[in-house]
Design a protein around this ligand. Structure first.
Ligand code: NZQ
Ligand code: ZN
Length: 388
């Protein structure tokens, strides 16, 4: 196990009706806030009214900025920064999923910074005086509700970049699984794919002696798989929605990466797909990950065999470890297909015309990943494996 420092300061308020506590939680930080959210879902399903009432009951002054798109855009971040500066706002409440939260994080970094907030996403610069943000989560997926990351897309040049900084972890996150009953199936699935991917990025590591975190991740995978089948059958199954929502947070708050090197090559490749084609991040990941696994598995057959046996209950062929390893990849891909996730570019109508461009762009700052370092040609080979 490697040395590590881990701090996860987000206060988690979990369970039925917890969104009604948002006013009280927010009041601990501010009397004047920016309420930041996405498209129409929070108004359509009644969450918006509940949040407004809870905030007003605490006499909190509310400025609003809706319209965050999935794969949140830099332009709206600039707008949010201006609203906060013009009105001396010192707290941002994000209501929604990873996109609203990531956009809120970007605004929080930009308000007290004289330069361009995009600097944080493209250079080594760290944000100094970051505004606190709170979250009411409506979709388990990105894990942004407690993570130290924010991912923003700049339309000019189709760049999707992330910024990682412990200072941007939300101060509180409210998670009511009931709010996820209204998710369209496709969004439920993309969330499951993203959560799974956050485990895979940490599971495939070169660090030795990480048995505890291996088993934590394996347990999360198994529970996620079981509960995925349940919610597909019954979208309003509270117990299953609750498991998935909790797994989504813990899979990406950093705990499962403690003491181990993480990879993140597949995420970087996926960000090229969602930057150019504006597909859901989870859909891109269920396409990229099986290809990445097939490309790198020989690097550590034992780890891939362990994944196959412990997560998917595959038979361990003692004389043929490679067969065991491949079985795990096959079963993951079958799981994705069975629940209805795409596993090839054609499933999301992406042509194979820009693979080279994506490979070049993704490695512009150097090779990707850590488990196996991927040069441009490797990324291109992986992308080619997603064609058919
Ligand atoms: O915009 P609205 O109308 O709210 O609809 C959203 C959106 O269309 C809808 N939705 C959300 N909750 C709903 C609902 N519809 C009905 N009922 C509900 N309860 O779902 C759609 C997707 O929302 P979005 O916020 O985009 O989803 P997600 O949470 O998957 O976030 C994706 C973004 O997070 C980034 C991704 O790259 C992507 O940009 N990520 C952020 C990370 C982080 N900050 O740590 C890590 C991840 O790896 C990821 O990269
Ligand atoms: Zn992700």
């Amino acid at each position: 196990m490697d040395n590590f420092t881990f701090q996860s300061p987000t206060r988690i308020i979990f369970g039925k009706k917890t969104e009604l506590e948002v006013g009280k939680e927010t009041k601990k930080f501010s009397n004047k806030i920016l309420l930041h959210y996405g498209g129409s879902s929070i108004k359509k399903y009644g969450l918006y009214d509940k949040v407004i009432k809870s905030l007003k009951d605490e006499n909190i002054e509310i400025f609003e900025l809706g319209g965050v798109k999935p794969n949140p855009r830099l332009d709206l971040v600039y707008e949010g920064i201006k609203i906060c500066r013009d009105n001396n706002i010192n707290f941002i409440l994000a209501v929604g999923g990873g996109s609203a939260i990531d956009s809120a994080k970007a605004i929080a970094c930009g308000v007290n910074y004289q330069g361009d907030v995009w600097d944080f996403y493209t250079t080594d610069k760290k944000a100094g005086n970051v505004l606190p943000i709170g979250v009411v989560l409506t979709i388990p997926a990105a894990g942004s509700e407690a993570s130290n990351g924010s991912v923003i897309t700049r339309e000019e040049g189709l760049l999707k970049k992330d910024y990682v900084d412990d200072a941007i972890r939300p101060v509180f996150a409210i998670l009511n699984p009931e709010l996820t009953f209204t998710l369209p199936t496709e969004q439920t699935l993309c969330g499951i794919s993203d959560i799974f991917a956050h485990g895979l990025e940490r599971y495939f590591t070169n660090t030795q002696n990480v048995d505890f975190t291996d088993r934590l991740i394996e347990g999360a995978f198994k529970s996620l798989i079981n509960n995925a089948y349940i919610v597909l059958e019954k979208p309003s199954d509270y117990a299953a929605r609750a498991e998935i929502m909790w797994i989504g947070l813990v899979m990406h708050n950093g705990l499962f990466g403690t003491g181990r090197e993480e990879d993140w090559g597949s995420h970087a490749i996926e960000h090229e797909l969602s930057a150019i084609y504006d597909i859901a991040h989870g859909a891109g990941l269920s396409i990229v990950f099986p290809a990445w696994m097939k490309y790198v598995y020989k690097h550590d057959l034992n780890r891939f065999a362990q994944f196959a046996v412990r997560v998917f209950g595959a038979e361990r062929y003692f004389n043929d470890i490679e067969r065991t390893a491949l079985e795990g990849i096959k079963r993951l891909e079958n799981f994705y297909k069975e629940i209805g996730l795409p596993t090839k570019l054609k499933d999301v109508n992406i042509p194979d015309t820009l693979l080279e461009e994506m490979a070049n762009k993704s490695t512009a700052d150097g090779p990707l990943g850590h488990f196996v370092k991927l040069e441009t040609k490797d990324v291109l080979n992986i992308l080619k494996m997603t064609i058919r």
